[in-house]
Design a protein around this ligand. Structure first.
Ligand SMILES: [Zn+2]
Length: 424
């Protein structure tokens, strides 16, 4: 009996572990949930978003057939039934789509608080601090201040949050400390790492290779899934700003190469490839992102930030150009700074997301400015005065947002919403 009980306990424990083992590959594919988008989009708009933004290589046609009234979606090869999404006959007849974020015209700004009513989630890229070496976002030239992207993005987010709050925005963080937000750690991902290595055809591997794979799954996949879950289920912002610093390949992190490589670009979700669409989860997430219809707003905000950045920066950087259309394609014909790219964070977060890649950390001038850290006023180099690179970055975002949102705010709303108007 004792033995039986012990076995039962073991069985229950393993069952419990199996059911509660936190899988990083969220969210689950739930095709039926797309029914909530019935009658929210026209056939023309759906076709245009698929062909021009999300799947420009045309491979969506293997999975989706669009008639005037219905989009037929094949959930997986050989599925007994195709999912049917009812399409609206016209934009005017379309039902409002379900979403947790407000659109710019739904905000109620206040006098002197031009960003009031706007909830912004800041997503400081990477982990920083003692995790920076593991995530390969660390280099150090001699005895200089180490460059840790995840530490710098957190400093940037804190500066930006202060300014955005002064402008009336409600600001939240996906990460407000150095380190990960996911409770998972690399060793807990060993089983998935081994499965992945086997799937790739490896029959053996070294402990270093396995450790590396566990770490990549941890900081690149589990962490980003966790942040996306935070955004979609708890923070529910109107806009997400993913803050990053770019870099050119620096080689050995203990003897990094500095190169004239300063550049700047912004990414929004799009450009899924035929290979990516072979994965069922990616097809599901693609449709969820597309049907949320955030692309136009993402591009509008990204363009406003890019313009402000070029007007603000002391040394305006050239755009970073992608040469492989499989990786990224231009998001706006009039701007070389904006790209559609299929990144995990931008596709998983349902609200509008702008992924900002500013500066190049191993460009000699940027490197020098990063060595100075944050400061008030300006510092001289070669006869030219430079503000803190962090403040310059924040100022460009603020000005871009002010420009975009003030243009989108209906002129009557400021007057009608003024709570300080004296009673007559
Ligand atoms: Zn980054």
């Amino acid at each position: 009996m004792k033995k039986l009980l012990a076995l039962h306990f073991l069985f229950m424990t393993s069952l419990l572990l199996a059911r509660t083992l936190p899988l990083p590959w969220s969210p689950p594919v739930h095709w039926a949930s797309l029914e909530r988008y019935n009658m929210t989009i026209t056939a023309e708009e759906l076709k245009s978003l698929l062909s021009d933004v999300y799947v420009p290589d045309g491979s969506w046609k293997s999975w989706i057939t669009i008639s005037r009234e219905t989009a037929f979606i094949e959930p997986y090869p050989g599925a007994p039934e195709r999912l049917q999404l009812a399409l609206a006959p016209s934009r005017e007849a379309a039902r409002p789509r379900p979403r947790y974020w407000k659109e710019p015209q739904e905000r109620v700004p206040l006098p002197g608080k031009p960003l009031a009513g706007l909830t912004i989630a800041l997503d400081p890229g990477h982990l920083g601090g003692s995790w920076a070496k593991m995530e390969e976002r660390w280099f150090r030239l001699g005895k200089t201040r180490p460059i840790e992207e995840g530490t710098m993005t957190l400093l940037e987010a804190r500066l930006l949050a202060k300014d955005l709050r002064a402008l009336g925005a409600h600001v939240l963080f996906t990460r407000d400390h150095l380190g990960p937000t996911t409770p998972l750690r690399p060793w807990q991902l060993r089983r998935i790492a081994i499965e992945q290595l086997k799937e790739e055809g490896h029959s053996s591997w070294t402990s270093t290779q396995l450790k590396k794979r566990e770490e990549i799954l941890f900081y690149r996949i589990a962490e980003i899934h966790h942040r996306a879950q935070l955004v979609n289920e708890y923070l529910k912002p109107d806009l997400v700003l993913a803050l990053h610093f770019d870099a050119e390949e620096w080689g050995d992190p203990a003897k990094p190469q500095l190169k004239d490589s300063n550049r700047f670009h912004l990414l929004v979700s799009g450009n899924f490839t035929d290979q990516e669409l072979k994965r069922e989860q990616e097809r599901y997430i693609l449709l969820r992102k597309l049907l949320g219809r955030v692309h136009q707003e993402e591009v509008g905000i990204a363009d406003a930030i890019a313009k402000a950045f070029l007007a603000t920066a002391e040394a305006p950087p050239p755009p970073f150009i992608y040469h492989n259309p499989q990786v990224a394609r231009p998001a706006l014909p009039s701007s070389p700074y904006l790209w559609n790219r299929n990144l995990l964070a931008t596709r998983l977060m349902e609200a509008p997301v702008i992924f900002i890649e500013a500066y190049s950390m191993n460009d000699p001038l940027v490197f020098q400015r990063l060595q100075w850290g944050d400061y008030q006023g300006t510092r001289l180099l070669g006869g030219k005065a430079y503000p803190s690179i962090y403040r310059e970055y924040a100022q460009a975002i603020e000005e871009g947002l002010l420009h975009y949102f003030s243009a989108k705010t209906p002129p009557h709303s400021l007057k009608n919403s003024c709570p300080l108007r004296p009673l007559s």
